[in-house]
Design a protein around this ligand. Structure first.
Ligand code: CAO
Length: 445
């Protein structure tokens, strides 16, 4: 049995945060990853988990304290067999912590996806951090501690339906209880969301599947949990429209293949995705609304004069979204080099948090896998995402020769937030992409 200090991990760009809830006390036996306390900045609240299992010997903080990275939270008598599974970090870490080592905060971008989610305390117009409980309610942001969220989840309450009564609109357990009481008191038809415009969803039925056959319960990976929550939020909050289009990439592919050997000599895999990223930045410049985010109050658009493009990357643990930065100042080869490097890091769980932040637009390419079309979910607070499916040879009519020619056609699926982008601009954006991709010279300008 060893007595170990548990310190406040990296909490991002904040000098200090307030302790709003202490979830353990002296003598408690806690598991690795169990929440120890909830902290809150003026933007968000979140949990700090236990880095390993053990018995709480002393608690060194109390509600109301201001704490910063390195601050002593408590001492734990660690069980010898205790697993150090999760680092004491505010961020989700796709990589399991190695023994005695504090991993760097890492997180899939929202997705995102996933919630891709940046994972430090940050302004509410950025993706929400892991464990953060900020919910948008009528344009205002409310917060709830993890224990209140857990309580709400157990009762099937959607926190976005509540107005918090505590300071800074924080939702308390009493708020949740009052809400449930109020909902139960409503006439049944109203409660069921019939006729009154209620967006409340029915709780998922709890079914014992083992009654139908053999089952096995597999825990979701940390990335899956985080990206799932982000995807769900993005799906229900942003009104999605998906615009489909097709680009003729016959010449582009010919060019790419002709350049591949040269690129390889420089240690770069010149992929189609690099060209797509380059083309998308050109389209973002032509249609700047796509390079924006809705302000948290919903009254204005925050226009971005930088061009960072995220790409969905499939890893054994789930989806992450690394971001290629400053695409406007890079040529296709430099983008391809970044892509290669970021993809390797993603799969080796070595992405740094800043490598998944700052995205303006996301591309999700399933072309290497298959499928004809799909409807990607916007990586909010970005306002659009481009889905790319598998290219195929198709007969295309050539007016000049009055004949059909075999052309390589790439399916594009652009999902956009209809609060920000009009349907006409959605179609203009994909037409622009089509134009850029069908004439590779334009990409090189
Ligand atoms: N049509 C046909 N073939 C394609 C293609 C397309 N649109 N895109 C790529 N390919 C081919 C490539 O040419 C390559 O073939 P070769 O090995 O013969 O050259 C092969 O597919 C594999 O490509 P790649 O994986 O090396 O490169 P990529 O740029 O296509 O993909 C990455 C990189 C990171 C996007 C990909 O590995 C990945 O993770 N994709 C999944 C993304 C995802 O999960 N999206 C869903 C998000 S929503 O849940």
């Amino acid at each position: 049995m060893a007595l170990k200090d548990v310190l406040v991990p990296d909490i991002g760009n904040f000098d200090s945060v307030d302790v709003i809830e202490v979830l353990v006390k002296m003598g408690d036996t806690i598991a690795a990853d169990e929440s120890l306390l909830t902290v809150e900045s003026d933007k968000a609240s979140m949990d700090i988990p236990a880095p390993f299992a053990g018995v709480v010997k002393t608690v060194k903080i109390k509600v109301g304290d201001k704490i910063a990275q390195g601050h002593l939270i408590l001492t734990l008598e660690a069980a010898e067999t205790a697993s150090p599974a999760v680092a004491p970090t505010l961020a989700a870490s796709p990589a399991p912590a190695k023994h005695g080592q504090t991993p760097k905060a890492e997180i899939p971008a929202p997705s995102r996806p996933v919630p891709a989610p940046a994972q430090k305390i940050q302004p509410t117009h950025q993706p929400l951090p892991v464990g953060e409980s900020a919910v948008i309610n009528g344009g205002k942001t409310s917060h709830a501690s993890p224990s209140v969220r857990k309580f709400a989840r157990e009762l099937g309450v959607n926190l976005s339906m509540l107005q918090g009564s505590a300071a800074k609109n924080r939702i308390t357990q009493a708020d949740v209880q009052a809400y449930v009481k109020n909902e139960l008191a409503k006439p049944r038809s109203e409660n069921m969301g019939v006729g009154l415009g209620s967006l409340a969803t029915l709780p998922m039925p709890v079914i014992d599947f083992s009654q139908f056959g053999e089952i096995e319960t597999k825990p979701l990976s940390r990335i899956k949990k985080i990206s799932g929550a982000n995807l769900h939020r993005n799906w229900v909050t942003a009104p999605h429209v998906t615009q489909f289009d097709e680009a003729d990439i016959t010449d582009l592919e010919e060019f790419r293949k002709s350049m591949s050997k040269d690129a390889e000599k420089r240690g770069i895999k010149l992929t189609l995705l690099a060209f797509l990223i380059k083309a998308s930045v050109n389209a973002l410049k032509a249609y700047p609304n796509f390079n924006s985010s809705l302000a948290p109050d919903g009254d204005s658009l925050i226009m971005k004069n930088y061009y960072n493009v995220g790409f969905a990357c499939d890893t054994p643990d789930g989806l992450v979204v690394p971001v290629v930065k400053d695409v406007q100042s890079k040529d296709v080869l430099a983008i391809a080099a970044d892509l290669g490097e970021l993809s390797i890091k993603a799969r080796e769980r070595k992405l740094k948090i800043e490598e998944m932040q700052g995205g303006c637009f996301t591309i999700s390419s399933l072309g290497g896998i298959g499928g004809t079309m799909f409807t990607p979910i916007i990586n909010c607070p970005e306002v659009a995402i481009l889905g790319v499916s598998r290219s195929s040879m198709q007969p295309v009519y050539n007016k000049e020769t009055d004949s059909f020619e075999p052309r390589l056609i790439l399916p594009l699926s652009l999902s956009y937030d209809h609060r920000v982008v009009d349907g006409a601009d959605g179609a203009r954006f994909t037409s622009h992409m089509r134009m850029m991709l069908s004439d590779v010279r334009r990409l090189l300008l």
